[in-house]
Ligand binder design. Structure first.
Ligand SMILES: Cc1cc2nc3c(=O)[nH]c(=O)nc-3n(C[C@H](O)[C@H](O)[C@H](O)COP(=O)(O)OP(=O)(O)OC[C@H]3O[C@@H](n4cnc5c(N)ncnc54)[C@H](O)[C@@H]3O)c2cc1C
Length: 269
């Protein structure tokens, strides 16, 4: 449980972080809240030679009104998402889901950007970003590019981030339709066995495959006029949930159907 030796550098700006990443390539890793990266380093599943600490970059910690969207800096912490009056009013699904993550300690350290960049299908905010059609702003040595959440999560812990790039900002359209977020945990602060995020007719799933997923079969059924209960029967279509001693794949498929039905019904109540 002791990480391999590494060098630590605290970046004073995004430009400095980009320069350090460019200089050290695959040997360097960004450190945001550290709540996903440090456990991996302790298990030696991640062995970076250089940690570039960006946690103190105030330029990436903001929540701003931008007409039809809200712009959120990648280093905004879960606690600040959950307690933002702007988000609670304009993107309540994100504010609510952030408030359900882990415990207060995790919410005070963990960041939105870290959660998305980590690309864990069991995390809550990647599925929420999918349901909300968020756009992720990535800065790299060659400039800035925007990637829709639907194209960001590529495979098991793999995202569209290229080496040397930093996720700087997340743009989320303001919500105009009903929403709900459901997750089933074994204990109150646990990660979701399965979760479901609904924003209008968009439905996304937590922990039902290698990546967070849009429940496209549910969305198609809704578009064809199915009731929430009928549409939710398709929640496990095209998914590949893990089969584990604590939760079998069949159990997860059942949970997905139940949670999506609840989320759809609540969002329309
Ligand atoms: C006890 C515990 C319980 C938890 N429970 C939950 C839960 O219920 N639900 C949930 O969703 N999550 C949960 N988490 C995870 C938590 O939300 C993490 O904070 C989050 O997943 C990662 O954010 P971080 O800022 O800590 O990232 P870090 O751990 O610092 O980084 C994670 C990865 O992302 C990269 N990275 C970080 N920021 C950027 C960036 N701006 N650009 C590019 N790459 C970047 C890092 O290099 C690293 O590879 C839990 C964590 C713990 C320890």
């Amino acid at each position: 449980m002791i990480p391999a030796a590494f060098t630590y550098r605290r970046a004073e700006s995004v430009d400095e972080a980009l320069r350090l990443l460019a200089e050290h390539g695959d040997d360097a890793k960004l450190l945001a809240g550290g709540h996903s990266l440090l456990p991996l380093m302790k298990l030696r599943l991640a062995v970076p030679e250089l940690l570039v600490d960006v946690a103190g970059l105030r330029e990436l910690a903001f929540i701003d009104d931008a007409d039809s969207a809200v712009r959120i800096g990648a280093l905004t912490r879960h606690h600040d998402l959950a307690n933002s009056a702007l988000l609670t009013r304009e993107v309540p699904l994100l504010a609510h889901a952030a408030g359900t993550i882990g415990d207060p300690q995790v919410r005070h350290r963990g960041t939105l950007g870290g959660s998305l960049a980590h690309g864990d299908a069991a995390a809550d905010l990647p599925a929420v970003a999918l349901a909300l059609d968020a756009v992720l702003v990535l800065r790299g040595p060659d400039g800035t590019r925007e990637v829709p959440a639907g194209e960001f999560f590529v495979d098991f812990f793999e995202t569209a981030l290229e080496p040397g790039e930093i996720l700087t900002e997340i743009r989320v359209p303001k919500q105009t339709a009903g929403w709900d977020f459901q997750k089933f945990t074994r204990r109150a602060i646990d990660w979701a066995v399965v979760g479901a995020a609904v924003a209008g007719d968009a439905v996304a799933l937590v922990n039902m495959g290698a990546t967070p997923l849009r429940a496209t079969a549910v969305e198609s059924a809704l578009a064809a006029g199915a009731s929430p209960a009928e549409a939710a029967e398709h929640a496990a279509d095209d998914t590949s949930p893990a089969d584990e001693p604590t939760a079998s794949a069949d159990y997860r498929r059942h949970l997905a159907r139940v949670l999506v039905r609840r989320a759809l019904e609540n969002s329309r109540a």
